[in-house]
Design a protein around this ligand. Structure first.
Ligand SMILES: *[C@@H]1O[C@H](CO)[C@@H](O)[C@H](O)[C@H]1NC(C)=O
Ligand SMILES: *[C@@H]1O[C@H](CO)[C@@H](O)[C@H](O)[C@H]1NC(C)=O
Length: 228
């Protein structure tokens, strides 16, 4: 008698725990939008592999759009294993995604594999706000809206292998948007910090940039902006 009531109680607790998890994963607070500079990614020890469509344009590529929590800045993942990636739902976006959201990983992956991975891991956690189609369309729209490379170039931060004070790219973005971005650097084989990723935050509508509640920042005082 006693044993079965204990196991009933623990089942109840497990059920409550699971339903709490489901609710909390849907209940994200903002998006983290991440762009990557291919010149830095390809200049790391691991190197890069171009997609079968060839060398991408010298522009930032989309790295991710992640629903995130205010409290701890973490991102919920894999929120709906039933919601499979379906290429035909984004057929009108494929051409644009090939250009703006390619995979540069080695060994070379079909871009579809990357989009499917991103949808399953992150996109399913914002399903309450964005359909599969709208998730990818939102990322593409955000990239165009930010127009990051142009913004940096206009203010003299050029991908020309030169070194800059880290404050330079940060204040260019802050002056242009009113928002301080996060920035992640990688090290090239000579030990130089290079601008690898730029993090911006976006409200849950997916259309307005907002100040990130916490900022990624692992760059040294001098950063290189490599050619690509
Ligand atoms: C972060 O916050 C969310 C929402 O409250 C919570 O579900 C999640 O477990 C937290 N993660 C960590 C690592 O604290
Ligand atoms: C993929 O989406 C299309 C268009 O919405 C739909 O007709 C098709 O049944 C879906 N395929 C799968 C495997 O869900």
């Amino acid at each position: 008698m006693k044993l079965s009531s204990i196991s009933f109680l623990s089942k109840l607790l497990i059920l409550q725990y699971l339903s709490f998890q489901c609710l909390s994963t849907q209940d994200f607070h903002f998006f983290t939008f991440i762009l990557q500079w291919p010149g830095s990614y390809c200049d790391s020890k691991l190197g890069c592999c171009y997609p079968k469509t060839g060398k991408p344009a010298a522009d930032f590529t989309i790295y991710g759009l992640r629903p995130s929590f205010n409290i701890n800045g973490t991102s919920p993942t894999n929120c709906d294993i039933q919601s499979v990636f379906n290429k035909s739902k984004i057929s009108d976006l494929i051409e644009d995604l090939e250009i703006n959201w390619p995979s540069l990983r080695c060994p070379r992956l079909n871009n579809i594999r990357i989009w499917s991975h991103e949808w399953m891991k992150h996109g399913t956690c914002s399903e309450s706000k964005l359909s599969q189609h709208d998730y990818f369309q939102t990322a593409l729209k955000l990239k165009k809206k930010l127009n990051l490379l142009q913004m940096l170039r206009d203010a003299g931060f050029e991908p020309n292998d030169q070194f800059y004070d880290i404050g330079n790219p940060l204040s260019i973005i802050e002056d242009a948007t009113g928002l301080l971005p996060g920035m992640e650097c990688n090290r090239d084989s000579a030990g130089n910090d290079q601008v690898l990723k730029v993090y911006m935050c976006v409200d849950i509508s997916g259309s307005n940039f907002i100040q990130c509640p916490s900022l990624v920042d692992n760059c040294g005082a001098k950063v290189q902006f490599p050619k690509f």
